[in-house]
Design a protein around this ligand. Structure first.
Ligand SMILES: *Cc1c(COP(=O)(O)O)cnc(C)c1O
Length: 450
């Protein structure tokens, strides 16, 4: 068991403190201006405006330091405003902020690709390409797989989440809020069953894989499939960890049928689960890996990394974009990756699990509304159900979430049914902050499920 280290040095004291009620007056005023200025389609859940942040502590507009156990959805993995990242960003921004890599290339882009090729699973020859968002990375993985295979069908899974652009909305399972009213969606996307041990009535990973494979063979035809795209641990779908053997069986099927296997590691990657990539847990080697979120401590950057022969199948000029692989974002990524390597980030993620899992398990023993405790490393969740059943309980998830927000802990819910309470702490959170956040969660259960 690895001990959780104390948070990385930051100007923001690592403590939760409520100076005002939440939301404070400045946040209330800003929220009124938001309503008048920002599209209603951009929803804001906790009504506390951010002013600055450091480590695991976002400070709101009223000066309330809160605990951010969601890291801005698995983004601030190395701690918000990590000093190494801040310094690298400042230095790069002073040198140049943009050139467009396709017109005037720069070393940072190449170095990020080298790091990705080195760190992603498998020791085969790899190539990478950089983009701005997770959705854009997934779209480009589809483009690459289609060119390489000359096929069009794409297979995705129940509860999958891959983004909000037109193609990635098609790949995403959940209608409200991601897809509702936004169709028609891109064609040639097929959804098959996933492995969800809590709800598969005892069926194991390999049996669920066979169910998915049968669907592919009978309803799509394996020879028509360009890519199978899956999150090794499903994020927005509810932190669903597939049963052992599910992912390896799919990889084997893909390879036997000339299908490109894409691991969408946008949420699970970069030491989040106690491995550099969640694919490593069962030793699978994806053909392509998509990354974003944890890659650059919040600077917009995303990537597709994969087998050289697949990535190089695309004609010159076929991949790219104005901002993709922006030099400031690349500098941030190199600093974040350097921090992860120097600080045994995977050990930190496992240390967080060692503290959190027993606490969550003990909560589950006390409250029968917790149906399942799952996840890996610093990507953990509890699934909430109606007492005495396995029926989803999104109402309770909402109540617990509100309680935590009111008490200065910025928690996140997730899941197709909105009934999963998830934790994605920054790996720098430190034992004291983590224990404090878990204490608030205990109180939330006492208040709403006691
Ligand atoms: C968040 C996420 C995306 C989309 O990333 P954006 O940067 O929001 O476009 C894609 N796939 C997974 C698994 C994600 O968690």
């Amino acid at each position: 068991m690895t001990a959780v280290v104390d948070a990385t040095p930051t100007a923001v004291p690592q403590e939760r403190r409520l100076v005002t009620e939440i939301p404070g007056p400045r946040s209330v005023a800003l929220q009124a201006r938001k309503t008048a200025a920002v599209s209603a389609g951009v929803g804001v859940t906790p009504p506390g405006y951010g002013e600055r942040a450091g480590g695991g502590i976002p400070v709101d507009a009223a000066g309330n330091p809160r605990i951010g156990p969601g890291s801005g959805t698995a983004v601030a993995t190395v701690g918000n405003a990590n000093p190494d990242v801040v310094a690298a960003v400042a230095e790069q921004a002073a040198a140049f902020t943009h050139t467009c890599f396709m017109v005037t290339p720069y070393a940072g882009y190449v170095e990020v690709c080298e790091a990705l090729n080195r760190l992603t699973p498998g020791d085969h020859e790899k190539r990478s390409a950089l983009f701005n968002s997770g959705a854009e990375a997934v779209e480009n993985a589809v483009k690459v797989a289609r060119v390489y295979t000359g096929r069009s069908a794409v297979v995705v899974f129940e509860h999958g989440y891959h983004g909000r652009t037109n193609l990635t909305m098609a790949l995403t399972a959940k209608s409200m809020p991601y897809k509702h009213g936004f169709g028609p969606f891109a064609p040639e996307v097929y959804r098959v069953p996933t492995s969800y041990p809590y709800r598969d009535r005892g069926l194991k990973g390999p049996e669920m894989a066979q169910a998915a494979i049968t669907r592919i063979e009978k309803e799509i035809g394996a020879q028509n499939v360009a890519a199978i795209i899956i999150e090794p641990i499903q994020g927005e779908g509810g932190f669903i960890v597939p049963g052992d053997g599910f992912l390896p069986a799919l990889v084997e099927f893909a390879h036997a049928n000339g299908i490109v296997f894409v691991a969408d590691e946008v949420q699970s990657g970069f030491c989040r689960t106690g491995d550099w990539f969640a694919s490593e847990y069962e030793g699978i080697v994806p053909d392509l890996v998509t990354t974003a979120k944890g890659i650059a401590d919040g600077m917009p950057l995303a990537a597709v990394t994969g087998r050289a022969e697949i990535m190089d199948a695309v004609h010159a000029g076929g991949l790219g974009g104005t901002y993709g692989g922006n030099p400031v974002a690349c500098a941030a990524a190199l600093a974040a990756i350097g921090w992860m390597e120097a600080n045994d980030a995977n050990g930190l993620a496992r240390g967080i699990e060692a503290v959190m899992r027993p606490r969550l398990t003990s909560l589950a023993e006390r409250y029968d509304v917790i149906g399942d405790v799952r996840g890996r490393g610093a990507m953990l969740a509890i699934e909430l159900v109606k007492p005495g059943t396995t029926d989803p309980n999104p109402e309770l998830a909402g109540e617990l979430n509100r309680y935590c927000h009111q008490h200065g802990v910025v928690t996140l819910t997730t899941g197709t049914h909105g009934n999963v309470f998830r934790f994605l702490p920054p790996l720098t959170i430190g034992t004291a902050l983590l224990e404090d956040a878990l204490g608030v969660l205990d109180q939330a259960f006492e208040a709403h499920a006691g």
